[in-house]
Design a protein around this ligand. Structure first.
Ligand code: CAA
Length: 265
């Protein structure tokens, strides 16, 4: 499957079970206008439809990247983010759709990752960055704050002090600093970036997909709930996974000293 929406390219690699969405406004450093927000949602829906046409869980991971040499995404489109259309036409934001998407979404960050672009990356399950990438919340320069929870999420991943530093100064920080602060999952050298991301995503896509879906829900639950509620939630997920064919396959593969073949059943 190769599909072109107005501002997002969608690909599905059937062999690995990996979908790729490329935000495609390179001339505006992939700034988020209403169309791009809508197209991210439409791209994820198109990948879900591909999945539904196949047996088990065929879509195992999604990569979200930015087109061009310079940016993952330079934030909201400053040309018109006060317009009503700038938020997109969907009732759910693209941030929510990414967070609630059943397969893990990996932000592949090569270049500027700013403002709403950083918040988009924060909505993803993993942030893999090239060494030359830079991160920041420049909203304060426009007299606003990150509107999609950026300060909240960086406070949880790093610390309130780091969130304040980014959002109050508007300064960009390096990928290495973002990694040290826990904002980024991994940083790779610019030369091996594509290869390392491919390897990470291929490994992720090879894991038992129902377990991966449950782990995503569990980790999201941990952000919102108390420990007791979270433990009970995990236990219910665990009991359900014990009944799956993937669990039987994983145990059999271990006993037979071979690689498991998970189907998401
Ligand atoms: N919106 C619209 N266009 C943008 C943009 C943005 N956020 N960021 C960059 N562009 C455009 C530039 O206007 C320029 O277009 P032209 O070639 O037509 O002039 C093109 O992308 C290339 O940008 P620069 O020439 O500025 O490239 P640079 O390498 O010199 O600088 C940059 C790069 C530091 C990222 C700089 O472009 C910049 O500071 N951009 C603004 C970043 C920003 O403030 N983002 C936050 C927006 S608010 C937000 O995100 C919150 C929210 O969700 C509401």
């Amino acid at each position: 499957m190769d599909e072109s929406l107005d501002t997002v390219l969608v690909e599905f690699d059937d062999d690995r079970g990996v979908g790729t969405l490329t935000m495609n406004r390179p001339d505006a450093l992939n700034a988020l206008n209403g169309q791009l927000r809508d197209d991210i949602i439409a791209g994820l829906e198109a990948l879900e439809e591909e999945n539904e046409e196949r047996e088990g869980v065929a879509l195992r991971a999604v990569v979200l990247e930015g087109a061009g040499e310079k940016a993952f995404c330079a934030g909201a489109d400053i040309g018109g983010f006060s317009d009503e259309s700038a938020g997109g036409s969907s009732a759910r934001s693209h941030y929510d759709v990414i967070r609630e998407f059943p397969a893990p979404v990996v932000a592949k960050i090569d270049g500027y990752c700013l403002g709403g672009g950083l918040e988009t990356a924060l909505a993803c399950d993993f942030r893999l960055a090239s060494e030359g990438s830079t991160f920041g919340f420049p909203e304060v320069n426009l007299g606003i704050l990150p509107g999609a929870g950026g300060v909240q999420y960086v406070s949880k991943l790093a610390s309130p002090a780091v969130a304040k530093e980014l959002a109050m100064t508007g300064e960009h920080v390096s990928a290495t600093r973002a990694d040290e602060e826990g904002i980024v999952t991994h940083v790779y050298g610019d030369d091996e970036f594509d290869e390392e991301v491919d390897e990470f995503v291929t490994d992720l896509a090879g894991q038992a997909p129902l377990a991966i879906q449950a782990i995503k829900k569990s980790a999201d639950m941990a952000v919102h709930s108390g420990l007791e509620e979270g433990l009970e939630y995990d236990y219910q997920l665990f009991k359900r996974l014990l009944e799956t064919e993937d669990h039987a396959e994983g145990a059999a593969a271990f006993a037979e000293d071979r690689e498991p073949e998970f189907e998401g059943k």
